[in-house]
Ligand binder design. Structure first.
Ligand code: MN
Length: 241
């Protein structure tokens, strides 16, 4: 393998573009700031188009040293055994059908995984957890009105995330209306907001599977320590046997 950079797969989101010259066009995309963070951390990111679970998905995994699941639309609640609640927002079930098996098979293959926002929720659902479909207006404000890079609420850090950041709490941004409800078996909560909302999780078995509910990629320019989760992913991907 030599000095090849670790390759981190980033599954594409789907955007229905109803503007411009080609209304109704589906576009596959990843927000640039995730790719910037991976490159800053020393990885070679590759964007993964949606493929069916099967040989093509296995072939995608064979290219990779690690996986990053990004923010995006809500997961289809049917994936965790619930009917859609009134507060559910956009879902794109084809994305779930790609990303859920990618997470399961990727972890089974020993790939380190970082999940951000929807990506953390996806990790939780992939391994047997459930979600609050809509936090509504209770508790803290989790859909902040301020700038994307501005910290909005504090989170208590526990276990692996506390060690990673080297501190007991962190001020984070917050752009989510959903949250982890039942934690997936084999995971623990590693960050929590003051209202009890799960803001981070990690695998218990020592495999690298961590999730953060905030958006470190949106804070990194003003808060360089927010690169730490990406650096940890890339470190784990470098050590892949
Ligand atoms: Mn939050």
């Amino acid at each position: 393998m030599g000095t090849r950079k670790p390759v981190i797969g980033v599954p594409a989101n789907v955007l229905m573009d109803n503007h411009g010259s080609f209304p109704g066009t589906e576009r596959a995309y990843v927000n640039q700031d995730y790719l910037d963070c991976l490159q800053l951390a020393g990885a070679l990111p590759v964007v993964l188009p949606m493929v069916a679970d099967g040989p093509d998905l296995q072939a995608q995994l064979a290219l990779l040293d690690g996986l990053l699941f990004t923010g995006g639309v809500d997961l289809d609640p049917l994936t965790y055994g619930e009917e859609p609640a009134p507060g559910l927002e956009d879902v794109y079930p084809d994305m779930d059908r790609h990303q859920l098996p990618l997470a399961r098979r990727g972890r089974a293959a020993g790939l380190p995984i970082l999940g951000v926002c929807r990506g953390m929720q996806l990790l939780n659902v992939a391994f047997g957890g459930t979600l609050h479909q809509d936090l509504g207006r209770s508790g803290l404000q989790h859909v902040q009105k301020g700038w994307r890079h501005a910290p909005s609420h504090s989170v208590e850090l526990l276990d692996g995330l506390r060690r990673l950041f080297g501190q007991d709490s962190l001020a984070t941004n917050s752009f989510h209306h959903q949250a982890v409800k039942d934690l997936a078996p084999g995971f623990r909560v590693s960050a929590r907001a003051r209202d009890g909302v799960v803001e981070g999780l990690e695998a218990l078995d020592g495999s690298f599977a961590i999730g953060v509910q905030w958006h470190p990629e949106g804070m990194v320019r003003q808060h360089p320590e927010m690169l730490l989760p990406f650096q940890a992913l890339v470190r784990a991907a470098t050590g892949k046997p």
